[in-house]
Design a protein around this ligand. Sequence first.
Ligand SMILES: Nc1ncnc2c1ncn2[C@@H]1O[C@H](COP(=O)(O)OP(=O)(O)OP(=O)(O)O)[C@@H](O)[C@H]1O
Ligand SMILES: [Mg+2]
Length: 371
Amino acid sequence: MSSGLRFDRVSVAYGGTTVLDSLDLTVEPGEVMALLGPSGSGKTTALRAVAGFVRPAAGRVFIGDRDVTGLPPHRRGIGMVVQQYALFPHMRVEDNVAFGLKAQKAPKDEIRGRVAEALEMTGMAAYARRHPRELSGGQQQRVAIARALAIRPGVLLLDEPLSALDARLRSGMLSELARLHRELPHVSILYVTHDQVEALTLADRIAVMDKARLQDVGTPRELYRAPRTEFTASFVGNANLLPVTVGSGGVDFSGTELKVPTRDAARGTTATLCVRPHLVGLGAGPNALTGSVIEVQWRGATHRLYIEVAGHRVMADLRELRQPPALGDEITVHFGPEDAVLLSAGVTPERSAPVAVRETVGAADQGSRDG
Ligand SMILES: Nc1ncnc2c1ncn2[C@@H]1O[C@H](COP(=O)(O)OP(=O)(O)OP(=O)(O)O)[C@@H](O)[C@H]1O
Ligand SMILES: [Mg+2]
């Protein structure tokens, strides 16, 4: 079944506080959409509105062409996996997986076949007779996924399904999920996470949420290479965000002229220049910045240098740095004109809050994705 999913100006409020504000978002049939955002931004609430566990104060939810806003959860044809497995502890694995099918009153033979199929897909066929307490965390999460898949949902909702697992297991399960999606190309997946690596790895598109609102939506590549806002720039990958004044054919950063595409930004306006740390190179070149080293972090494949330039911290991720500079050394770094993105001036006041340099975890190697 291929159906897709659509939020049509969906708002949710708790006790008068809006926690999801007019969400407009379409997940195409077979698409993996990641909902990425900080804690409390409304991601789980959006998912619960699709599943039918929370009733929108306004707006409609569509699955395929069907308006499901008023339907109870079990009639929406949705599979859902949450962070904490939530298996029934007293039921064997096979009965957990059969649960949704039994609720649908499917015939016995069909239930047996579908349970076997779902356990096979998730690599759990050998564990059918065990109880959840006899399984590891990763195995329990596979069973939870098998249970969600058993009803052959058109839409699969995953709410931080890997966050209870350790880093190694998480990476393995991430590959498993990618494989599952290849085997089920018609299933639309809405994948909630605050981990940008998961979002970049798995998603066809990413919807960036902050403060109950959708801030941005695009392919991982679009959001990484050409973010529209400071929030997206700093949340999807690491970013140097430099305050600049637009000139002709470039910008002024604290008295230094930088040649960067200014698009249609008006001369004399202030804006923010986004430069990814892995695109900053050592030594002189176009768009050179000179300052003193205030921190050096060794990260295995790279060194992250923090350089103070005209009162701002500039991050540079450098590969193959045999002799890292010492703290206090004066060094020059540079970046190519095409490697900087001028973020739209006139962003909303909320978004233009001072974010001189914001760091996000786990993104040290994301540059490699885009080459
Ligand atoms: N049942 C509830 N009653 C009252 N407030 C709620 C309820 N559920 C969620 N909220 C509030 O709604 C806001 C959004 O919560 P939500 O769970 O959607 O965030 P999230 O983006 O999933 O965050 P996290 O990454 O921490 O899971 C939060 O401020 C939260 O406190
Ligand atoms: Mg949540």
